[in-house]
Structures are given as C-alpha cells and as structure tokens.
Design a protein around this ligand. Structure first.
Ligand code: PMP
Length: 442
C-alpha cells in the first residue's frame, strides 16, 4: 500500500492550508485514492459504489479506460497550446457540440469550469442586449465567481451579507421557482410564471437574460411541469430577454436526454456546460447562435479553454455517451431507481417525504416539514450508507434531500443493492436514536 496520510492526516492538512470555508461530506470521511467506473476506493482498500458521481461529473464512470486512454495519448503528444494557435481537437469538439446542441446553437467558447461558463454567458447576454439586469430562480446555484454568485438564489452559496453591505450585488431579480412544498405542481409553476410576467411588465426592457437550471440540482432536484419552460421562453422572447440554460449538472445524458431542456423542446439562447463534459478533466463551455456569439468581441482567447487534453477527453466522453446510449440508459435505470426509492418512501413515510427527479438525477427529501431534523437525518443516513459501501449525496435548501446522481454506467444490481442498504441505514438511524426515528412511526 502506498504511504497514504489517511483521513485524519488529510483533514489536518486541509484545516491548516485550505481556506477555512472549504467543506466536506461525512463526520468520518474516507480518503479516496482510486476510481474504477462506478466504484471508488478508500486508502484502506474499502470499495464504495458511487451514487453521486463527484456531483454529476463522471457520467461514463471513474477512470473509464476508453476515455483515459485517449486523454493519456494526448497528454503524451501535445499537452498544451492556447487557442491563439491552431490545433484540431478543439475545432472537432466545437463541431461535435454543434451537432448535439438544440436549434441554431452552433458557436462554442471553451473555458474551464462551470462558474466561468456562466460568467461568460452572463457577460455575453449583456453585450448582446445592451442591458444590465438579470433574472434568476430562487434556490438556484450558478457558481462561485462574483457575478454567478449574485444570480445564485441559494443563500448557503452566497457571500451574503458581506456583498450586500458593500452594495456589490449585480442587478438581479429573483423569481419564485416552480416548486413549493405542499403546493400542487402546476399551481407552483403558475405562481412562478405570474411573478415573471409581473417583473417583465415592469422592467423587461432593462433585463439582459434569465439564467436557470432546467432541473435544479443543489436546490433539491426540482423538475418543473412540462409546460413551464416553453412558457418561460415564449414570455422572455416577447421582451427580448435571453434565456441562459445552465446545463452544468443536467447536461450530457444525466436526465435521460442529452440536455434537460430537450425534454421540453426548448431551445435556449445560450447553453452552459461543464462537469460531465470532461468526466473529471476540467472542460467547460458556453454555446450560442451566430448572432449572439458575434457580440462577444473580447476576451478572444483563454489560456486553458479548449486545450488539446481537455478537448480530446471531451470528444472521448461524447463518443462513449453515444456508443453506450447513456441518455437512454439514464432514462431506463432512472425509472427503476425512482420506483425503488418511492417504495422505500412508502415504507418509511414519516422520514422520506418525497421522491422526485428525471433520469439518474433523483432526490429523496427527508422530513420535509422539519428540515432541521431532516438535515440531521440526512447526515446520519449518508454516514450509514458510506459505512455500508455506498456514496450518496445530499442537497436541498435545508440540506435534507438525499441525492442520487450516479455515473450513468451504474447497473440494475448496483441499484438493487443500494436500495437494500438504504433501508438498513434508515433502520440503523432509527436504532441509534433509541428506536424513535426510523420514520415508520411518527
Ligand atoms: N452551475 C451548476 C448548476 C452547478 O451545479 C455548479 C457546481 N455545483 C456550477 C454551476 C459551478 O460549477 P463549477 O464548480 O465548475 O464552477
């Protein structure tokens, strides 16, 4: 075995050298040292089946040999030039993306992270429209940079109240998201549309773009009714407001379609991509039409954006997604996982309040009426699941939503085993709480 620091050693160094805001999952986190498709390994050799995919990143699995081989070959051939020099992988990737993106979205600008892609998209929208304002959905998350944080509705991802005190927030109006616990789905979506209409009527002419996650990820996996985004798009068009679809979590097959907006036949004006596009290698992009792209005159290059290694990796990812029909696979296995989780919810009705999602992007909300208790429970369940060999995620406004966003190469057997472990974990949490809180009984 290699000379690993072990979890305590890693934690000590993080505490000493990382920014203090850096968070981690688990009370007793493992030190992860190896990945193999849907599996992750701890420093002590423990194998974990990964149901979170590094927050939706490794669609094709960890260290997928078909992808890694091509990345490694490129690393040993031409590692880096900037877009100021001519290379082939990035133009091939741009052409490929034009082929899978909807409508006339045929222009791509490459960057390195989701935040950078959204930052670029927001800037582009301002340049194109000559307007300053933005609309965003409450509880959305769009990144860590100053502007992307300003359009992020989720409080825990914003540097408030410091920024607000400085008066440094961008001109952003938040619209209620198309979901409210206890409210009928159509009613909640209608409320969101009504709010959007009112804001547009008041100041639509000052607004450059509305940025949305088609299915909110960190906000707790929120899938709007089918009619919602087509209506949003039509309304925005009336006022010349661009629609930016942040497909950073949802893109590349996760939700059962190549892009989540495809489900509703909506063509956004700008699409942002990251995470799964590189399967763990940093690559991100924002795409738009000829006309919109023409408004972006500076900056004209990115040091790492579109580098050969990232571009070849992304091409390998797209090949893998296509060859293995991963969107269809996500739709099929997602259906199984959703049904299985709904069964669990039916057996633990006082803990699992709601199960929702699309494809392999599914959330199970715990104790929705008492999010604080739900958050504690979610932490306990995550810990129990890890000790049983399963990595699952958590998100949601109250951090009380268990998140299931596995690599899309997960199998039916993995799902069946995970569901058994989940029930055992709920039982164990019940026992640990003195037999009071497994949710079977109130
Ligand atoms: N948008 C969404 C929907 C995200 O989930 C994230 C990251 N969780 C981001 C943007 C920011 O991406 P990055 O961390 O690559 O900057």
């Amino acid at each position: 075995m290699q000379n690993y620091l072990g979890p305590e050693g890693v934690l000590a160094k993080r505490k000493q050298y990382f920014y203090p805001c850096t968070s981690h999952f688990y009370r007793n986190p493992p030190q992860l040292v190896k990945g193999e498709m849907q599996y992750l390994y701890g420093h002590d050799g423990t194998c974990y089946t990964d149901f979170f995919a590094g927050v939706s990143v490794v669609a094709g699995g960890h260290c997928n040999p078909e992808i890694v081989k091509r990345t490694a070959e490129q690393l040993g051939t031409l590692q880096h030039t900037c877009t100021i020099y001519l290379t082939q992988p990035n133009v091939e990737l741009a052409e490929r993306l034009a082929g899978v993106l909807p409508g006339e979205l045929s222009r791509t600008f490459f960057v390195n992270s989701g935040s950078e892609a959204n930052e670029g998209a927001l800037l582009l929208a301002r340049l194109h429209t000559g307007r300053k304002g933005f609309l965003a959905l409450e509880q959305g998350l769009h990144g860590r940079t100053h502007l992307t944080m300003s359009v992020t509705g989720l409080r825990m991802w914003r540097s408030d109240p410091q920024l607000a005190e400085l008066g440094a927030d961008a001109d952003v109006t938040f619209i209620p998201r198309p979901y409210e616990r206890g409210m009928n789905a159509d009613e909640a979506a209608r409320r969101s549309i009504d709010a959007l209409k009112a804001v547009l009527a008041e100041k639509g002419g000052d607004i450059a773009a509305m940025i949305v996650e088609p299915i909110q990820g960190n906000g707790g996996i929120i899938v709007p009714p089918d009619w919602y985004f087509p209506e949003v798009k039509a309304l925005l068009e009336q006022y010349g407001v661009l629609l930016i679809a942040d497909e950073i979590q949802t893109g590349f097959g996760r939700t059962g379609r190549m892009f989540a907006m495809d489900r509703w036949g909506v063509t956004p004006d700008i699409v942002t991509m990251a995470k799964a596009l590189g399967s763990g290698v940093p690559v991100a992009a924002f795409a738009s039409t000829d006309a919109i792209a023409a408004s972006f005159t500076r900056p004209s290059a990115s040091t790492f954006g579109g580098n050969p290694v990232s571009s070849v990796t992304a091409l390998a990812v797209l090949d893998y997604i296509e060859a293995h029909h991963l969107p269809e696979r996500a739709e099929r296995l997602g259906g199984l996982l959703l049904a299985g989780l709904k069964d669990v919810a039916a057996r633990y009705p006082h803990v699992v309040s709601e199960v929702r999602g699309a494809g392999l992007m599914i959330g199970a909300e715990l104790c929705a009426d008492d999010a604080e208790r739900g958050a504690l429970m979610a932490d306990d369940v995550l810990e129990e699941m890890k000790d049983r060999g399963f990595i699952i995620g958590k998100n949601g406004v109250g951090r009380n939503v268990l998140a299931f966003q596995p690599p899309l190469v997960i199998t039916e057997d993995d799902i069946a085993e995970m569901l058994v472990a989940l029930e055992r974990s709920l039982d164990a949490v019940h026992e640990a709480r003195g037999g009071k809180d497994n949710g079977v009984r109130p």
